[in-house]
Design a protein around this ligand. Structure first.
Ligand SMILES: [Zn+2]
Length: 171
């Protein structure tokens, strides 16, 4: 079984044989953010994988994770590699450090999840919003429904959280 979809003109394909991805996106389509928690060491991991990156155990179960965090790093795209993305520039790709499991197993190995910056409706954020977001901004997860059977986890500004006075942005 497989799912084919089109996201802003870019073809996406998900196949059942990619077991962990298939299970991950099965939760996303229900707008549930779940990650694997290792049965052996108890750590949650991202991206979905067959074995735990810290203890190599293959035993894990999917647990709900709070999709809130802080922008750890970002890229602002001005030159779209995909022609279909041209009308969308400039847009942001965020690397978000989750509040969940922060600082474990080490301060350098946190759970960091990639996604675009979007509006609360899951649409790529316009320039007026992208220019206000940088390292330190507080964000929460939203889901973009791309096609029947496929939703992408994305990030939007968390208006319930205190925001830094001036998030760091590349000069
Ligand atoms: Zn483990």
């Amino acid at each position: 079984m497989r799912i084919e979809a089109n996201y802003l003109g870019m073809a996406l394909e998900l196949h059942e044989r990619e077991v962990e991805n298939w299970q991950y996106f099965h939760h996303c389509i229900q707008h549930e953010f779940r990650l694997q928690r290792c049965d052996e060491c108890g750590l949650v991991r991202y991206p979905p994988t067959t074995a735990c990156p810290w203890c190599a155990s293959s035993g894990a179960r999917w647990v709900p994770v709070d999709g809130r965090g802080t922008v750890h790093s970002y890229t602002e795209v001005h030159h779209a590699v995909q022609p279909a993305f041209k009308p969308q520039v400039p847009y942001l790709i965020l690397l978000v450090e989750l509040d969940e499991q922060r600082g474990r197993p080490t301060p350098h190995e946190a759970l960091r999840v990639v996604g675009n910056l979007t509006t609360v409706d899951g649409v790529l954020a316009p320039k007026e919003i992208t220019k206000t977001v940088g390292i330190g901004s507080r964000v929460r997860m939203v889901f973009t429904d791309v096609a029947r059977g496929l939703s992408l986890p994305q990030w939007t500004l968390d208006h319930d959280a205190p925001q830094p006075h001036q998030p760091w942005r590349a000069p």
